[in-house]
Design a protein around this ligand. Structure first.
Ligand SMILES: Cc1ncc(COP(=O)(O)O)c(C=O)c1O
Length: 364
């Protein structure tokens, strides 16, 4: 089989070892005689899968005991509604807008409460991150919301705001498990699985226990309450069993790699290799402010749409898949999550160099 390097932003590349293990176990999991896909979520076997997944995640991300781990369907986008529906007290929340996903979250929050934009990087076309130092956070805001890593624009918050005790809510979909994390800084964080966690179908929500309350937003459907998931161990109804099983395998893989410190170093090395190649290039450019560059999503452009299209086509021909930038920004984007091997980055850089040699700089 031809080697493929999948630079998709999500669903994204998974560790080969994990896929192989799942393949071996597909029809007969742990001598049960059946696939995880076929098994009751109330069975002992699945209960163990769920409990181990939670414990392994708690271990690798160092999640304190006063935080609950929930597995919720509906993707990261459902959290745009669940967060305001569940955390509402005074009916106010402050939002930092750094791209499409925080904008969507802000717009959704307006359905439920008085959502206010307190910082935005819109003026820079989302190529930077606003200063988080003197934010005018309303003292009676129920929470402060941000999207920590902006998958489309390739920016990342390098510091978190001091919210003076107001719960910080973060969408960490595209940076979760790429580096160590201090969970105690957040009231709630969530990540759609389909980047560094596993296949799509579940969102991991980590919430401080005191924030799990009977929501005052009435009526809130049972399945949209964090309390329902917390009270029933994420199994009030049938959870996405196979997805959770795969996530659990990825957590074990992370442990085997040596944990998040090891992955962080690896991710930094991979990102540096690519950013350095872009900086050295006279053809490719990265539009993102150097101080806020993501180590997970790397957008780059030639500045010429035709050349971009040609590059993407040539990339596909040599097994570099899904390098096209998000449809709203164009150009290219390399999503280089945990499971992207360094060989993939090297293959991309080799093609960039070769392409540049052949095309030169169109504006010289
Ligand atoms: C940062 C971020 N938030 C939210 C989403 C939306 O996720 P989902 O499609 O799981 O709803 C994405 C999807 O790529 C994302 O990158």
């Amino acid at each position: 089989m031809k080697t493929i390097y999948n630079f998709s932003a999500g669903p994204a590349v998974l560790p080969k070892e994990v896929l192989k293990e799942a393949q071996i176990e597909l029809q007969n999991y742990s001598d049960s005689g059946m696939s995880v896909m076929e098994m009751s979520h109330r069975s002992k076997v699945f209960e163990t899968i769920l409990n181990e997944a939670k414990q392994d995640l708690r271990d690798i991300a160092n999640i304190p005991d006063n935080y609950e781990i929930l597995f919720i369907q509906g993707g990261a986008s459902l959290q745009f509604s669940m967060v305001p529906m569940n955390l509402i007290k005074n009916g106010k929340a402050d939002y930092l807008i750094t791209g499409q996903f925080s904008k969507k979250a802000y717009e959704e929050a307006q359905l439920f409460l008085d959502a206010k934009i307190i910082a935005s990087s819109k003026d820079s076309n989302f190529t930077t991150i606003p200063n988080v130092e003197n934010l005018e956070i309303r003292p009676d805001a129920d929470y402060v919301y941000l999207c920590e890593n902006n998958t489309i624009y390739g920016t990342k918050f390098k510091d978190l705001p001091n919210t003076n005790g107001i719960p910080l809510v973060a969408d960490v979909s595209s940076c979760f498990l790429s580096e160590p994390i201090d969970v105690s800084k957040y009231g709630l964080l969530f990540a759609g699985a389909q980047k560094n966690i596993g296949p799509s179908g579940v969102c991991v929500v980590i919430i401080r226990k005191d924030l799990i309350q009977e929501t005052t937003f009435n009526p809130t459907p049972t399945l949209l309450k964090y309390k329902t998931y917390a009270d029933h161990d994420s199994m009030y109804n049938t959870p996405p069993t196979f997805t959770i099983y795969m996530c659990g395998k990825v957590f074990k893989w992370i442990k085997k790699q040596g944990g998040l410190e090891v992955l962080q170093q690896r991710n930094r090395d991979k990102a540096k290799l690519l950013y350095d190649a872009i900086e050295e290039s006279t053809l490719f450019k990265c539009p993102v402010d150097v101080n806020y560059r993501s180590i997970m999503n790397v957008p780059f452009i030639t500045g010429n749409d035709e050349l971009d299209t040609q590059f993407i086509k040539e990339a596909k021909a040599v097994g570099i898949e899904n390098i096209k930038g998000h449809r709203s920004v164009g150009g290219m984007r390399a999503s280089i999550y945990n499971a992207m091997p360094i060989d993939g980055i090297q293959a991309l850089i080799n093609l960039m160099k070769d392409f540049e040699e052949r095309k030169g700089h169109p504006y010289d």
